[in-house]
Design a protein around this ligand. Structure first.
Ligand code: NAP
Length: 325
């Protein structure tokens, strides 16, 4: 029976509607643990031969095997496997899912690409994206830290009101205390790709790496260079996020202020701004989608690993973390 009809006919407590979490990786493990600790009913769904079954059991989860009757009897799922596996997953399991089931996505990418709302219109497709790497979703939940999320109910039919309540309840139980804020699958996908490309996974690590090398090459001890360029990032970002831009610049010393202005004028050039803007244009035009299609992820992973593995920064990172008391 359609889940909404089920809720109506049995006056089911929607707040207690169980979520079946598919996968037990970065996001899935944190979602499962946070929800379980909050008393929200969860089930973990894995492949029959999954190496994660033992760990899920060890952590106290009930596991259901993908493709079994018990799995298809569920009606609210979170698809927390890597994005490139979603299409195959939906082609295999989507047709057997009950009409009116809910499928949550932690990122809009796969739905935008594969248009699941058109192939599987009988399913309510919901975006619910915590804006945190899986490990921090868990850590901040335990520390009662700040966690934000965005959602979209654009591919939910007329029953949106009840599902919105459920999504908000789920959000609270996951530890989200900023939002969740509304967006669309497409806007979340583009914003996420852009922040990875322009800032989080490129500019920050690579600028830090370059600067570490310059310092060490000119005679600075690697330990000092490590703290200046890598470890302090974490601490300064905490201050930026806690205080906001104005408050952050109020906190820094006069020399840091003067240096900040010099760095801003020298580095954030019109060319840099144009390159940054072009990254977004490539995402919006679909050019980056084509690059993803052609890319060999394992080859890229290998290239990146080799680029970093032998660096003095990696060596220092290992050394300092070994020394940690
Ligand atoms: N990484 C993050 O922190 C992060 C941040 C924001 C959003 N997201 C989004 O969260 C979602 C999950 O990403 P993730 O990084 O957490 O994934 P992940 O850690 O790579 O997922 C690994 C899990 O997926 C399962 N899996 C892999 N391929 C599968 C398949 N073909 N069929 C069934 N299960 C399969 C694995 O099963 P086994 O255990 O059996 O090997 C494993 O449990 C994605 O949509 C991603 O964009 C992730």
């Amino acid at each position: 029976m359609d889940m909404i009809a089920l809720m109506r006919s049995f006056k089911l407590d929607i707040f207690m509607m169980q979520l079946t979490i598919i996968g037990f990786g970065n996001q899935a493990k944190s979602w499962s643990q946070n929800l379980k600790d909050s008393g929200f009913p969860v089930l973990v769904a894995l492949k029959v031969n999954s190496p994660s079954i033992a760990l899920a059991h060890e952590l106290g989860f009930q596991v259901v095997i993908l493709g079994t009757k018990e799995f298809y009897a569920q009606n609210a799922f979170a698809l927390l496997t890597p994005d490139h596996t979603h299409d195959e997953f939906m082609q295999e399991h989507g047709p057997q899912m009950q009409a009116g089931s809910v499928m949550l996505y932690a990122h809009g990418f796969s739905l935008v690409k594969n248009k699941f709302q058109q192939s599987f219109p009988q399913i309510h497709h919901i975006l619910f994206a915590p804006k945190a790497i899986g490990s921090e979703l868990r850590r901040q939940f335990q520390l009662k830290g700040k966690l934000g999320a965005v959602y979209s109910l654009e591919h939910v039919q007329e029953e949106a009101t009840q599902l919105k309540d459920w999504v908000f309840e789920l959000s609270k139980n996951l530890g989200i205390n900023m939002g969740p804020y509304p967006t669309s699958f497409l806007r979340e996908t583009r914003a996420d790709l852009y922040s990875e490309q322009g800032l989080l996974c490129s500019l920050i690590p690579y600028t830090a790496g370059e600067m570490f090398s310059h310092l060490v090459d000119s005679g600075t001890e690697p330990e000092l260079a490590y703290f200046e360029c890598w470890h302090e990032l974490k601490l300064i970002v905490n201050a930026m996020v806690d205080k906001g831009p104005e408050g952050f610049f109020d906190l820094i010393s006069p020399n840091a202020l003067i240096g900040s202005e010099k760095g801003f004028q020298k580095l954030i050039t019109p060319e840099f701004k144009k390159n940054l803007r072009n990254l977004l244009l490539d995402i919006e035009s679909g050019e980056f989608d084509q690059e993803i299609e052609k890319a060999n992820v394992e080859e890229i992973r290998h290239t990146i690993r080799s680029r970093w593995s032998k660096t003095a920064l990696m060596k220092t990172f290992h050394q300092i973390n070994q020394d940690e008391k």
